[in-house]
Design a binder for this molecule. Structure first.
Ligand code: CO
Length: 135
């Protein structure tokens, strides 16, 4: 059986980085690890560790991404939750067998990780990302 190891990150869609940091960094007192331009996601991502997990603030750099559409519709908010799993292929097979709708039937291979998204239609409205670290 594949197992979930932890919540890797919770992603929050933000229209701009600096105003968001006035809450997450300045008011809550969390520390920004780094800010990264992620061309493959057409986004700027702010990585904020919280214990064993992270908050990721995602600001789209293009209008044609899912996060940009989410922002246009809802003006920001929690975008997805990411579980780190020990065996993503087996987890995807198990979910399919249980009738869960997947956005990615096979994992995308990225540097350091494999990832796939589970459709919010099957999760009660929450977009769920699965990660398997490969480094
Ligand atoms: Co994510």
């Amino acid at each position: 059986m594949p197992a979930i190891k932890k919540i890797n990150h919770v992603a929050i869609a933000v229209p701009e980085v600096e105003p968001a940091l006035s809450f997450w960094r300045d008011a809550l007192g969390l520390t920004v690890d780094h800010i990264e331009d992620v061309p493959s996601q057409k986004a700027t991502v702010v990585f904020i560790p919280v214990g064993e997990s992270e908050i990721e603030l995602v600001r789209p750099t293009s209008e044609d991404t899912g996060v940009a559409k989410f922002l246009a519709e809802r003006g920001g908010g929690m975008h997805h939750l990411c579980f780190e799993v020990d065996d993503i292929e087996t987890m995807l097979t198990q979910l399919k067998e249980k009738g869960v709708r997947l956005i990615n039937e096979t994992p995308l291979e990225l540097p350091g990780r494999k990832m796939a998204f589970v459709h919010p239609k099957s999760t009660g409205g929450v977009l769920i990302e699965l990660y398997q670290l490969t480094d």
